[in-house]
Design a protein around this ligand. Structure first.
Ligand SMILES: [Zn+2]
Length: 599
């Protein structure tokens, strides 16, 4: 990072223009110099017309712009929510007049607002607000889980569903080291259907839920979910990929409004996230959000959508997809459709993993995971979306799925070349080979990574893939960058884990590589702090097709900024394990303060 006067070009143009009354005076203080302006109303008007007066200037800061040269400046000027100029205090102050608000940053470090390009924001709000919390940190054993469920049953009308959620690692962390059984859930209630989620990929149902959802003996796949049976072909209550049997992923409009005006901003702004991409949104919810957008409501942060479609792409609207566009009345600064999300394969982080891989899983010679589509359907789906100029975002966790998705992107790019984002969700996290990184870079494809998983998934990955392969392909974030990729942050929050919302911790993990068990996992894949900050800001902005308006603090971009308690560069150099102690003090969206740390 280096100090610069990168904005000086802009100012030189401003000052050389005729009618500018600012070319004589030295910087004139926070409120401007009235005498100088008294030079004539006509001249002042000319000045206003040619050189917008900033609404606000932010001075006395240590501002990490994260522009291409990682320039650091003292001050920025903001007008209409966008950055007008960046530079030294003295120079930026000369742009202001008495109408300009002056924000003294007190020497604090400021970084661009963070962009979470893969976050299940709406689902997360449901899980954390409506579901019974049986995470092992609040319910350490099965009797505690039963007690939480019984309490909820008392206040729930008979027949209504009860949802409960633990973490994906629940089975390892509950005292019994297993999930509750159907019988243990039946012991709580037979009047209410119960769906207990252990992460988003495994669930246990009680008998009432099996009955209500019409899950029959003997049929392995029902409603798109994987049903488990005992030796007699009777459902055990266990369900894989249970999202298929959820009756309640769809919200009413009122809840969507509550999400976007209160819950989502409350959740993300405290972590310095100013742009959230709600991924995998079912179309009924997306329609509610579009209606709200058209009504003129804006959230205090920027929302982007990746609308969910069935994995083969066959349920995509078959014309030009323009029916999915955000309504014309929506403010494009706050509402965007990024494109379409589909699932190519299973989950690399699940236990056991179901990502579609070459070869087979360690100790499971017949198992190479699940693929949800075939090459022909995938090619057609990607080409269809590409033709419409929308972004295509494909869950592809295993290397065999990644190969298919890269083939599909190459196919689409050949027939309908365009600039819309092409993203492999989870690329390079559980798996990603050097060869695929290079191919993706050549195709202009992005990889969306989950830095938090460095903490939680390496041990599981070693078990699933075997040590040698895991070390070759898992969490190779530095290799991605060396191959020319710009990995993009996505928290992938669904509400089932703890800590995956903490942006400072995610940055720390990329720099330290410290796992939850305390080991350093492939420390030679550690990123520099500058790279880690880019993963959180400019690269996800680009992966959403928003790099020209977000992700760095440069002239013309939104003034989305985060004030930190400490100089993150210095902390990273001195002791990177302390990065997560850094606090977000204040968050600005479009130059407006939208969050302040209170204690
Ligand atoms: Zn996800």
């Amino acid at each position: 990072m280096r100090q610069t006067k990168g904005w000086i070009l802009l100012l030189a143009v401003l000052l050389s223009a005729p009618g500018c009354s600012r070319d004589k005076g030295a910087p004139s203080g926070d409120t401007g110099d009235a005498e100088e302006r008294a030079g004539g109303e006509a001249s002042a008007r000319a000045n206003v017309q040619q050189h917008p007066i900033p609404d606000a200037i932010f001075v006395n800061g240590h501002i990490l712009t994260l522009d291409d040269s990682s320039n650091v400046v003292q001050a920025v000027a903001v007008q209409d929510g966008k950055i007008l100029a960046t530079g030294d205090d003295a120079d930026i102050r000369t742009l202001a007049d008495e109408s300009t608000k002056v924000i003294d940053l007190g020497g604090k470090t400021v970084m661009p607002g963070m962009v979470d390009s893969h976050s299940h924001a709406s689902l997360l709000m449901k899980v954390r607000n409506d579901y019974v919390d049986v995470h092992f940190s609040t319910a350490p054993d099965i009797p505690a889980v039963q007690k939480q469920l019984a309490d909820r049953a008392k206040e729930t009308p008979p027949g209504d569903f009860i949802y409960a959620v633990g973490s994906g690692a629940s089975a390892e962390y509950w005292t019994e080291k297993r999930l509750p059984t159907k019988a243990e859930l039946d012991a709580v209630t037979t009047d209410h259907p119960i769906i207990l989620l252990a992460g988003m990929h495994v669930a246990v149902l009680n008998s009432k839920a099996l009955e209500v959802l019409d899950i029959k003996p003997g049929k392995e796949y029902q409603h798109g979910s994987h049903i488990f049976f005992d030796g007699n072909g009777v459902p055990t209550g266990g369900v894989g990929e249970p999202i298929g049997v959820f009756p309640d992923l769809v919200y009413d409009e009122e809840t969507c409004k509550l999400n976007l005006t209160e819950r989502i901003p409350d959740w993300y702004l405290k972590w310095g996230v100013t742009s959230v991409c709600d991924i995998g949104v079912p179309t009924p919810n997306y329609d509610h959000y579009r209606k709200l957008a058209a009504s003129g409501i804006n959230a205090p942060l920027r929302l982007t959508y990746k609308v969910n479609y069935e994995s083969t792409g066959k349920t995509l609207p078959d014309k030009d997809l323009s029916e999915l566009a955000m309504p014309l009345e929506a403010d494009p600064a706050f509402w965007r459709l990024a494109g379409i999300k589909i699932w190519a394969d299973g989950e690399g982080g699940a236990n056991p993993a179901t990502a579609y891989i070459t070869g087979h899983y360690e100790d499971r010679p017949d198992d190479r995971g699940l693929i949800n589509t075939n090459q022909k359907d995938l090619n057609n789906a990607v080409a269809h979306v590409h033709k419409a100029g929308l972004g295509m975002f494909i869950h592809s966790s295993g290397d065999a799925a990644q190969e298919m998705v890269l083939d599909a992107f190459e196919y689409a790019q050949k027939w309908y070349p365009n600039e819309a984002p092409m993203v492999l969700e989870h690329f390079g996290v559980i798996m990603g080979s050097k060869e695929h990184f290079e191919r993706a870079a050549e195709l202009g494809v992005y990889g969306c990574i989950q830095p938090f998983w460095i903490s939680t998934f390496p041990a599981n990955t070693v078990t699933n893939l075997g040590e040698e392969r895991a070390e070759k392909v898992a969490f190779h974030f530095k290799d991605m960058i060396d191959a020319g990729l710009e990995p993009a942050y996505g928290s992938d929050q669904t509400g089932t884990q703890r800590g995956d919302d903490d942006t400072m911790f995610s940055i720390e993990l990329m720099v330290t590589r410290r796992t939850a068990e305390g080991d350093l996992f492939l420390p030679d894949q550690a990123l520099t702090i500058d790279q880690a900050l880019r993963v959180m800001t400019i690269w996800p902005a680009k992966a959403l097709g928003e790099g020209h308006i977000k992700g760095s603090l440069e002239v013309g971009k939104y003034a989305d900024m985060v004030v930190l308690s400490d100089d993150i560069i210095k902390v990273a150099e001195a002791d990177p394990e302390k990065i997560s102690d850094i606090k977000v003090l204040e968050t600005f969206v479009g130059g407006e303060s939208v969050y302040q740390l209170t204690q």
